[in-house]
Design a protein around this ligand. Sequence first.
Ligand code: ASP
Length: 354
Amino acid sequence: MNLAMTRSPRSHSSRILLIYTGGTIGMKESSSGLVPVSLEDLLEQLPDIDALPVELTLVSLDRPMDSSDLKPEHWVQIGELILKHSADMDAFLVLHGTDTMAYSAAALSFMMQHLGKPVIFTGSQLPLGHPRSDAASHWMSALEVAMALGPDGLPRVPEIALYFNHALFRGNRVRKLHAMGFDAFDSPNYPVLARAGTRIEYAEEAIGQGIPGQPFQQGRPAWFPALDQGVLSLKLFPGLRPDLWEVALHDPTVKAVLVEAYGAGNIPADGDLSELLRAFVQRGGHLIALSQCVGGQVDLTRYQSGRRLLDLGAISGMDMTFEAALTKTMHLLGTGGSDFREAFGQSIAGELGN
Ligand code: ASP
């Protein structure tokens, strides 16, 4: 980690910690394709904010990276930086690659609870230096969201959120849905928290909703760094050979399997697959039913083919995104203690229900 600089142009300014992790926003062309630049090089390119009432402190991961290289240990590093500055900063901005940004935002929402301050993730589809880049507007708007205060003088968005393409999403509700378009992210099962036009309009009714334990004492987060990576995802497809899963599902370090089922949570009447999954549950594994559909929710009672998962003892993933269900599973397995089934069905950070 690397503290680059602090700008403090005015009194009464917002103190914001910018955490640079890498990603396209700070990339440049190389002979092997786009690669992340250092924090110092990024600084050269960031639009000037000297006129804004903000005191910005910048840090970066030791090695800024393409987000496809990020691992749970990096989520811990990001969380530790926020934790370290939880009392002395008003808000946090995380510059991140788009590929796994939804995973990081969801993971952080479970690992860092009740912070009561904005943690805004953003990135871009084109690097800052590109003439048609979306990076500068994301950076400036995310900064404005992070600084925004409500009429009560408290942060307007005391959540872990993700800003992209004129919209602010809840961090554990968002998915990357487009590899090329500027509208790369959406949260099909939860309304946007804000939309940016000439003004940023906040959806007060969506902000903070469904996040238990409010009001939070600002800057006094609960921190849960333990994550258990003994998790697999089994994406169904016509022609799947259950025997290829034999070894994995008998591995004692595999504690949970996220079944990416069809539609409302339906699976085929394949005796071999059912036997394999039944044996997994009988030895204490958690089977979580998710849908391959992007919107809507799992309903295991709707079809006979859905009841198959129910009969196997599966836990419904309800309307959670894959990213939220996966990182919630890692978090619950890592922290242990509570009854997994019961804890999985309840909202920890507004990741399910409406
Ligand atoms: N591969 C890049 C990353 O996730 C993509 C991006 O940032 O848009 O780091």
